[in-house]
Design a protein around this ligand. Structure first.
Ligand SMILES: [Zn+2]
Ligand SMILES: [Zn+2]
Length: 428
């Protein structure tokens, strides 16, 4: 993602509290379909759809996000983007993610991965007064405005302070962590120490079997003492060299794999600069979080063709067996085209997927081809949310995840006037 290590810093205060609370609430939100009050409505909507999918498949998915060491209690801030009203920062924290999937009380799948959780936190720019900006009630999800919620939600009556509404978590994903904690490093070293120990002893035997075979060693005290002292000392160094070599090779393999994932860096740069002409605040990081949210919503929905932002064909039925969908670390731009006042971008998205089918739960790495479309004559609205559309005809707010037409004036609403539409989603 190109983080500048010299500009990163640890997150503190209310930001840290909301990021940490989000991380701690996520497992139960997936399992029970609970609303996370300080998360964006679009996240809650996807979590609700995922929970419905789990129920429909009869799967009890337990997700435990835990700290692997002290660094798991911190959040570090990374990339940042802003417009006149909102300021978003990607923050990350090291963690472990343990998943257990049960069907009828029987364990069908379990894994435990070293991860990094990335959360985007969005705040109001100080001095900006977004009073009339649409905002959903964190309690009941009713479409309202920032000022309206401070007076009290018209549906459930809950009153909110600005601190309840902002900052809020506006997207999240997990990536596998290639790094190691100190404990993991020493455990790995211990394994390589024993490999070296056994390897060196076998080498000794093959060179001088008359001395080093166990039955011969017992008779030769000098050689026995020599090997008891010498072998561990040699393995201490030999194991270290092997271990460093292993880590190096693994890193090279990962680099080669991820280079293939990113698509051509040139097309990504060209796409980014094309979008910056529409909106100078556009960033690829922002686009990635948007794209992930749309793909997840389409995959988890019962019928994607009811969704306002989805204009493609019926999805591959296999996608409706997906019970957990995690970003696999890369959204590559394959190509993009300008078509009149619209831009169309073809991406390759990598995901780690859990499927549930016929009482089985299984894991796959999958690549999706996802194509997005948007108008190029209108700037990007960084606080845009599908669940609180402002009708361009009558100005009312409504939830576009449920309505394709404005429920007040009845006019059809065209998603590309405000945001990205997903025009195709298929397996690669
Ligand atoms: Zn409410
Ligand atoms: Zn309307």
């Amino acid at each position: 993602m190109g983080y500048n290590l010299f500009r990163t810093k640890e997150v503190t205060g209310v930001f840290k509290k909301k990021l940490t609370d989000f991380k701690n609430s996520l497992g139960e939100a997936v399992r029970q379909g609970k609303n996370i009050p300080f998360a964006d409505n679009d996240i809650n909507y996807v979590l609700k759809l995922q929970n419905e999918r789990l129920k429909e498949k009869g799967v009890d998915l337990q997700t435990d996000i835990y700290a692997r060491d002290e660094s798991g209690k911190k959040f570090i801030s990374g990339q940042n983007w802003k417009d006149a009203h909102y300021d978003s920062t990607v923050c990350f924290s090291w963690c472990g993610v343990k998943r257990i999937a049960k069907i009828n009380g029987r364990r069908r799948y379990t894994d435990n991965r070293k991860s990094v959780i990335y959360e985007t936190i969005t705040d109001v720019v100080s001095g900006a007064h977004p009073d009339n900006d649409p905002c959903n009630c964190p309690n009941c999800g009713m479409a309202s405005t920032v000022a309206g919620l401070q007076e009290g939600c018209s549906y459930c009556g809950t009153k909110f302070q600005m601190d309840d509404l902002f900052p809020k978590v506006s997207s999240y994903y997990f990536l596998d962590d290639a790094g190691m904690t100190t404990k993991e490093f020493w455990l790995g070293y211990l394994v390589f120490f024993f490999i070296a120990l056994i390897g060196l002893y076998i080498l000794c035997i093959s060179l001088r079997p008359e001395v080093f075979l166990p039955q011969n060693l017992i008779r030769n005290k000098g050689a026995l003492i020599g090997i008891i002292l010498g072998l561990p000392a040699a393995s201490f160094l030999g194991g270290y060299l092997l271990y460093v070599y292993f880590i190096f090779i693994r890193m090279i393999v990962k680099l080669i794999l991820s280079a293939g994932k990113m698509g051509t860096a040139g097309s990504r740069r060209a796409f980014e600069s094309r979008m910056k002409r529409v909106s100078p605040e556009f960033s690829f990081e922002y686009f990635t979080s948007k794209a992930l949210s749309l793909i997840k919503t389409a995959v988890y929905s019962k019928n994607e063709q009811d969704l306002l932002f989805y204009t493609g064909e019926k999805l591959d039925p296999k996608m409706k067996d997906i019970i957990d969908l995690n970003y696999g670390g890369a959204l590559g731009v394959k190509s993009f085209q300008d078509e009149g006042d619209q831009v169309k971008v073809v991406t390759k998205a990598y995901f780690d997927v859990l499927y549930a089918k016929e009482n089985k739960v299984y894991y796959r790495n999958q690549v999706f081809s996802a194509t997005f479309k948007r108008r190029t004559d209108l700037p990007v609205n960084l606080n845009f949310s599908m669940s609180r559309i402002m009708c361009p005809t009558c100005g009312s707010s409504f939830d576009a995840t449920k309505n394709k037409n404005c429920p007040y004036c009845g006019n059809p609403y065209e998603i590309t006037t405000d945001d990205w539409a997903l025009v195709e989603l298929r397996y690669k």
